[in-house]
Design a protein around this ligand. Structure first.
Ligand code: NAP
Length: 255
């Protein structure tokens, strides 16, 4: 059984990309504040370990296999999530991939993969969760994970196409927030700066100290530094906040 009297008791959260990095942390923190958490990704061995960890802390979690590039997998994962813990009231659209290449060099396969995983997948997930909430007349929260490169780009690490998909996530957040306002489904986004995860593990291993010293505050961001922003966006107290994207980069990038 989960702990009672926590802020997200009674909520069921689906977290995509929960096998690693930011998604893994987000799943753990949502469970710690009382949500029943469905953790989703392709690497199910990692999801099983996370479920065990959350349960060991007294939380409630279940794992579902999900490939966000596959529409059938999305529908199946949402069905499985509902079988485990009932209607999904919180969706964390976190799964994403980044391909580092100059715009002149990047191949079609990488372009299509980023479009499918970073943009089409989150849209299909959001609308499937929303359809079910609307059918039940229930409110909900959707938090999309964008990136600071949606807004500002220095080209040192060439991720032009990735930046385009993350900018589209900001617009998706805005338009879905408007369409679903009348259903009390709030749609917001977080745009992190550089966060230490497997996505950029090689860069951190190679240049960790130098990377930190280039930042105004001389430090790197860890997934846990995003906790309070996530919790704000899913809090029962932030019900009037929708269609917003919070930039969370510790002052790493210009404005
Ligand atoms: N790290 C940063 O500096 C940073 C900055 C801004 C934004 N972000 C964004 O934050 C999100 C999380 O990234 P991260 O840094 O935590 O990276 P990460 O450690 O590489 O994790 C990426 C997650 O996405 C999942 N994923 C990838 N392709 C998938 C697919 N086809 N279907 C389902 N899941 C898939 C992976 O799970 P499986 O491989 O097990 O499927 C993994 O759990 C991404 O959207 C990323 O763009 C990251």
């Amino acid at each position: 059984m989960g702990k009672s009297d926590l802020p997200l008791n009674g909520q069921t959260a689906l977290v995509t990309g929960a096998s690693s990095g930011i998604g893994r942390r987000f799943a753990a923190i949502l469970a710690a504040v009382g949500a029943k958490v469905v953790v989703a990704a392709r690497r199910t061995d990692r999801l099983a370990a996370l479920v065990a960890e959350i349960e060991g802390e007294g939380g409630m979690a279940a794992a579902v296999e999900l490939d966000v590039a596959d529409p059938d997998s999305i529908a199946a994962a949402i069905d499985a999530a509902e079988r485990a813990f009932g209607r999904i009231t919180i969706l964390i659209n976190n799964a994403g991939v980044a391909d580092v290449a100059d715009a002149t060099d990047i191949g079609l396969a990488a372009i299509d993969h980023m479009t499918t995983v970073n943009l089409r997948g989150p849209f299909l997930l959001a609308r499937e969760v929303a359809r079910r909430l609307i059918a039940d007349g229930a409110p909900g929260r959707i938090v999309n994970v964008s990136s600071i490169v949606a807004y500002t780009y220095d080209g040192h690490v060439p991720v032009a196409y990735y930046a385009m998909t993350k900018a589209a996530i900001v617009r998706m957040t805005e338009v879905l927030a408007v369409e679903w306002a009348k259903y009390f489904i709030n749609v917001n986004a977080i745009a992190p700066g550089f966060v230490v995860t497997e996505m950029n593990q090689e860069v951190v291993e190679e240049k960790g100290v130098a990377l930190a010293s280039r930042r105004a505050r001389g430090r790197l961001t860890q997934p846990a530094n995003l906790d309070s922003t996530l919790l704000y966006l899913v809090s029962p107290d932030s019900g009037y906040v929708t269609g917003s994207c919070i930039r969370l980069d510790d002052g790493q990038m210009p404005r």
